[in-house]
Write a protein that binds this ligand. Structure first.
Ligand code: ADP
Length: 398
């Protein structure tokens, strides 16, 4: 049984075709510059890479090309579209309505439209992708998997903001949390690695990439997470500020005469690592510059790691205990330096890692903690596509 996983952005589309029997990725690829000049498909299958530059006016054109690539005589991996049992779509925002993945029907599509206001940069693209697939594959079941769903188990005291209550009721302003598929995947993998029932474990999962978030996973359920109403909140990220005093926003608007869109742009695109360092949003550049003595790059590293530590500490308090810390995503999986800083600073909590193992771990699963560490520490490569495919399969088999 093959599941096609689709992740649509506003002008891009990522896909993977996964054979569920052995969880093998048969093909994967990326379409970029949809609707703009220079549209391009990069398709990888059977150890080869195939690149096709062709005008694509919209996501329907893009998906059509993807399907053609999948069944192509030379670089295809299936004979016909009938060999795709279902499509799993990543959708960023499911609002309060969805705490689980769902099969697409008319009512779900209406709800997605209603949620679009909460994620104006992401949900509309996701909806366009689903509609395009529905047109091209009318008989194939579609499932949506939400970034927010895993966090719907947070208690009220964690997800509410101390604003007038009617803002929650009338405008749905609350913490939703994101990266849920990733936090869920790595927390399950960590429980497997520990050989324990996830119900008995208290974990903090740290998804540290361009966008970053920490989640408190208690008994397999998200009980708090660092992203909020939008993916802007929480940790210091590549270009996003993370948490700050909300008064800064109104001050900027008054003092610099900025419009809401301009402030949004500053906080989302010009802050974080790039804002502090003035150099780059890429952690590799920041780390190198810090090692070369650049003070602002050093500060960016300090701020990033300090805030990860703060979240781990506060979540240990929220869960009244901590059995395990997981690092994942671009920085978490690959970067020994930031992991080392965080773990050494948490030694007082019983965290002890093997520095050699940490240094040698680049992008692979590893247990960093020593045998006598009170808290286990893992590096676990995330796999959101596989998680989406699994949830899709589960739903269509039900
Ligand atoms: P996204 O949030 O866009 O999915 P990723 O999870 O791919 O991002 O993470 C991107 C980040 O991972 C970048 O800051 C990049 O510098 C960092 N990264 C990737 N490889 C390494 C590495 N080997 N060492 C340190 N950082 C790395």
């Amino acid at each position: 049984m093959n599941i096609l996983v689709i992740n649509c952005g506003s002008s891009s589309l990522k896909y993977q075709l996964i054979k569920m029997e052995n969880e093998a990725v048969l093909a994967k690829g990326l379409v970029e510059r949809i609707g703009i000049e220079g549209s391009i498909l990069t398709h990888k299958a059977k150890g080869d890479k195939f690149v096709q530059e062709e005008p694509m006016k919209d996501h329907k054109d893009a998906i059509k090309l993807v399907l053609e690539a999948l069944i192509d005589e030379n670089h295809g991996v299936i004979k016909s579209m009938d060999e795709i049992s279902a499509v799993g779509h990543r959708v960023v925002h499911g609002g309060e309505k969805y705490s689980k993945s769902v099969i697409v029907n008319d009512e779900v599509m209406k709800e997605l439209e209603a949620c679009a206001k909460l994620a104006p940069l992401h949900n509309p693209a996701n909806i366009i992708g689903i509609n395009a697939c529905k047109t091209l594959m009318p008989n194939t079941p579609m499932v949506v998997v939400f970034d927010t769903a895993f966090h719907q188990t947070m208690p009220e005291k964690a997800y509410m903001y101390a604003l007038p209550y009617e803002f929650y009721k009338e405008h749905q302003i609350r913490k939703y949390g994101f990266h849920g598929t990733s936090h869920k995947y790595v927390s399950q993998k960590a429980a497997e690695a520990m050989g324990k029932d996830i119900k008995d474990l208290k974990m903090v999962t740290c998804h540290i990439g361009n966008g970053s978030s920490c989640t408190a996973v208690d008994g397999g359920k998200s009980v708090d997470t660092s992203m909020g109403f939008t993916p802007l909140d929480g940790l210091v990220m590549g270009t996003r500020s993370g948490s700050l005093d909300p008064a800064v926003v109104t001050y900027l608007m008054k003092e610099l005469n900025c419009s809401p869109d301009e402030v949004n742009d500053i906080l989302n695109k010009k802050s974080g690592l790039i804002g502090i360092s003035g150099l780059s949003s890429d952690f590799r550049d920041i780390k190198q510059a810090a090692w070369d003595g650049n003070e602002r790059a050093k500060l960016a590293v300090d701020m990033l790691t300090y805030r990860i530590e703060q979240y781990i500490g506060s979540y240990a308090v929220a869960m009244k205990g901590l059995d395990c810390i997981v690092f994942t995503a671009g920085v978490g999986e690959n970067d020994f330096y930031s992991r080392g800083i965080v773990c050494r600073d948490l030694e007082f909590m019983g965290v002890k890692i093997d520095e050699e193992v940490n240094k040698a771990t680049v992008g692979d699963f590893a247990e960093l903690s020593t045998k006598d560490s009170k808290v286990k520490v893992f590096v676990i490569p995330t796999n959101e596509e596989l998680m989406i495919a699994k949830e899709t399969l589960d739903l269509i088999q039900k």
